[in-house]
Design a protein around this ligand. Structure first.
Ligand SMILES: [Zn+2]
Length: 353
């Protein structure tokens, strides 16, 4: 197994992955130094990835990528299999992860398969269906009162104990490299070309950064001419990245899009830089639009997804009626050609609105 070191984005210090370091002593976040095709332990794979694409019947320009076909019903399996493979290789005895639900479910499943004890921390408000999924895989489930940030802080304390593997989809850069398969598949399924744009729901930015890595590598290898515009979509009730992008402040409010309700994403700067480099933008949709989009997906497209997974469809479906920063670009790209919309998580994960 080729295991590249982790490199601090701030000071450049390198760490061997066996050190189980998840953040540099200087406070900097870690990346993988250079291109890397992640290794997956064949005994741990559950057939993640390889999800189908289907053309939308209600949006002429859009193709859906059906990520809810994944083994635990969300795209997070793409990264979880890589972290479980790494943890098994390093023979760690205990893993911890914090999540708004889906990453924790994916970790619970893959660490169960790897025979590694896994503690999953989630906000107490997480949907009961996701909690049931996590419990079913035998993970130690801890409900943390307060915000998603409170959950992350509780996990970080456990992660700092000796011998604990922090299977964080935010901090461990191997996870993002696992998510890259999403971008490579879009290229392959589109006839070895890239679409003009991809929409991505963004909270901690895992899928967006995975896309950026994949598309950058494809362009650098001469396999694609240019990168698709990354169109990041946030819930209006929790839109720190849109606020930073547009220079406007969004008022915080609870949102049905629990999977992207991240008030202070640790990789915010990296996400903003990726969107900028792609020629994309960041827009927001409110909960009414998300709920309406979810119903149209179910009733006009035959696709039942959780609210967070309807955010990008809601943005594309409502774009024609929106004005303001970013929307002209979204409308131009929708008028122009193919855009890919991920349907990240299954409807049964959060059946009610
Ligand atoms: Zn550092």
């Amino acid at each position: 197994m080729t295991l590249p070191p982790l490199v601090c984005r701030s000071c450049g210090r390198e760490f061997d992955v066996s050190e189980l370091v998840w953040r540099c002593g200087c406070g900097g976040l870690l990346d993988v130094g250079g291109p890397w095709q992640p290794m997956v332990d064949e005994s741990l794979t559950l057939g993640e990835g390889g999800t189908p694409m289907a053309r939308s019947r209600t949006l002429a320009a859009a193709l859906f990528k059906l990520e809810f076909f994944s083994p635990t019903l969300s795209f997070k399996d793409r990264g979880a299999v890589v972290l479980a493979s790494l943890a098994a290789h390093l023979r760690v005895g205990r893993a911890v992860v914090d999540s708004s639900g889906n990453a924790g479910t994916a970790a619970a499943a893959y660490f169960a398969r790897a025979g590694i004890a896994c503690q999953v921390l989630v906000p107490a408000s997480t949907s009961p269906e996701k909690l049931a999924q996590i419990r079913a895989h035998g993970a130690e489930l801890t409900l943390v009162p307060g915000s998603r940030a409170d959950t992350a802080a509780a996990a970080a304390e456990i992660a700092d104990q000796p011998g604990v593997f922090y299977a964080s989809h935010v901090y461990h850069p191997y996870f993002m490299h696992g998510v890259k398969t999403y971008g490579y598949e879009i290229w392959r399924q589109s006839g070895k070309r890239l679409p003009s744009a991809v929409l991505v729901p963004v909270g901690n930015g895992t899928l967006l950064l995975g896309c950026y890595l994949a598309f950058s590598e494809l362009v650098a290898a001469g396999l694609a001419e240019r990168m698709p515009a990354l169109l990041a979509v946030q819930a209006a009730g929790c839109a720190p990245l849109a606020s930073a992008w547009q220079g406007e402040h969004y008022r915080y409010a609870p949102t049905v899009a629990e999977g992207i309700a991240i008030a202070a994403p640790p990789r915010a700067e990296q996400i903003l830089a990726a969107v900028r480099a792609s020629g994309g933008t960041i827009v927001t949709v409110d909960d009414d639009a998300v709920v309406a989009g979810r119903h149209t997906l179910a009733q006009g497209e035959g696709l039942f997804v959780e609210p967070t997974a309807a955010v990008c469809y809601a943005a594309a479906a409502g774009a024609a009626n929106r004005t303001g920063p970013g929307w002209q670009l979204v409308n131009d790209l929708l008028a122009d050609g193919d855009v890919v919309i991920p349907l990240c998580g299954a409807g049964l994960k959060h059946p009610s609105d």
